[in-house]
Design a protein around this ligand. Structure first.
Ligand code: ZN
Length: 432
């Protein structure tokens, strides 16, 4: 059973977090999600059938949202313009209380016809591409090519489509639907958008969190956690010949990399480690004053991630000690600094949980094949907190996310993506 919160408590806390949401919405309390057994029936309701038909008939509208949002650059930490466009579209659709929070997330609300759960449906606004990247979409038939075309403009389009259908067809769903565009999903952003949402008191009323991100019909219920560090070995440096005999930061880093390369990790649960970036040094005949590397550790298991992290920390310090010991007569210092550049919690939403069963029931109802997978997405934060959460695909096909060659193909049945997203959302909220 969920704990019910009093309206008064919720009013104060939510009002502080999101002043734009009005008193009506603040009455929301944690509620049970609708039953997975109800999804097939929901799909037969006249308003839902009308929504499905409209999504198929108006597929060009969905694609236009996807394409036009993609052509607004949204580099990490510079999502403002795309966010404003997304906000304006939510307002135009009739979504209520649309606002941009302090972090830059765009949040709007659609209130249902009777009390029920609160479901947050989101896509992420940011791309991985730096400023100046050409984001003009090239179209050949049903295939669209541009950086960010599906990651995550497909997700944003699916969120808009869902909002549009429930409003225009007056779908009598229960509870309330929060429609959201988040900032900072990609690497450098370190999930700062959802992190802000789930550290605000808004989280107290969220019964289920869905991020739409990716192509196809898979369901990401495993949150691959990651610990990322920038490690610097630092000394005074000097001439490679005349100052020889002192600890060498790059050599220390080399010792560390050799140890990292030999780390033993389990395959079940999967654990990975990677030194992804190395730098340091100014010339071939100088002892560098620093050796710097960036390291990524990942696992779906929080315990396994903690275990590999402990091994890494030992390896980094052992390398430092060995390089110091290599030159026992040297008075020159050698130090290490370890900066955390990303932490994403690991975890898993159980396959038997209502949220996953609703998603699978929607797939079954629509005769779609969905696999359960693990990844690092906006859902990580909620999953790490034990809030029912998942990331679902937005239909279609695609390839090359995070590369300049990214493409999306809507094929002949791309519209099934937004239909599936709508059915899952309604399945969680419940419809009479
Ligand atoms: Zn993404």
């Amino acid at each position: 059973m969920r704990t019910r919160r009093s309206s008064a408590t919720l009013f104060t806390t939510v009002a502080l977090a999101a002043t734009a949401l009005t008193a009506t919405s603040l009455r929301a309390q944690k509620m049970a999600l609708a039953s997975p057994d109800d999804v097939a029936r929901i799909a037969t309701l006249p308003t839902v059938r009308a929504s499905f038909a409209a999504i198929e008939k108006d597929n060009a509208w969905t694609l236009d949202q996807q394409l036009s949002l993609c052509q607004i650059p949204a580099p990490p930490f510079k999502e403002v313009k795309r966010g404003e466009a997304f906000r304006d579209r939510l307002i135009a659709l009739g979504v209520q209380h649309v606002h941009v929070d302090k972090t830059g997330n765009v949040i709007g609300e659609i209130v249902g016809s009777r009390p029920g759960p609160t479901v947050m449906l989101s896509g992420h606004l940011d791309s991985v591409f730096p400023e100046g990247t050409n984001v003009t979409v090239k179209r050949e038939g049903t295939k669209f090519s541009a950086p960010g075309i599906y990651d995550d403009c497909r997700g944003l389009a699916a969120v808009l489509s869902t909002a549009r259908q429930v409003i225009t067809n007056k779908v009598p769903f229960a509870g309330r639907l929060l429609v959201v565009g988040t900032v900072g999903e990609e690497g450098p952003g370190n999930l700062r958008g959802v992190r802000a949402i789930f550290s605000s008191t808004l989280k107290d009323s969220i019964d289920a969190f869905i991020s739409v991100d990716g192509v196809g019909f898979n369901i990401t219920n495993g949150a691959v956690g990651s610990n990322r560090y920038r490690v610097s070995y630092v000394g005074p440096g000097g001439h490679s010949y005349s100052a020889f005999g002192m600890p060498n930061p790059i050599h220390a880093m080399g010792r560390a990399i050799a140890k990292i390369a030999d780390l033993q990790a389990t395959t079940n649960p999967k654990v990975t480690f990677n030194v992804g970036v190395v730098s340091g040094g100014t010339s071939v005949n100088s002892i560098s004053d620093k050796g710097v590397m960036e390291i990524d550790l990942r696992s779906e298991s929080a315990a396994a991630l903690a275990a590999i992290d402990a091994k890494l920390q030992r390896a980094l310090r052992a390398a430092l000690a060995e390089e110091r010991a290599r030159w026992p007569l040297s008075k020159v210092p050698l130090d290490i600094t370890i900066d955390t550049i990303g932490l994403r919690p690991a975890g898993r939403t159980a396959e038997t949980s209502p949220i996953i069963r609703v998603a699978l029931a929607a797939s079954k109802t629509m005769q779609l094949v969905s696999a359960l997978t693990g990844n690092s997405t906006d859902a990580n934060i909620a999953i790490g907190m034990g809030i029912p959460a998942m990331t679902i695909d937005g239909g279609g096909k695609g390839h090359g996310a995070h590369s300049l060659g990214e493409w999306y193909d809507d094929g002949t049945d791309g519209y099934k993506g937004p239909q599936w997203v709508l059915l899952i959302t309604l399945g969680l909220l419940g419809v009479k």
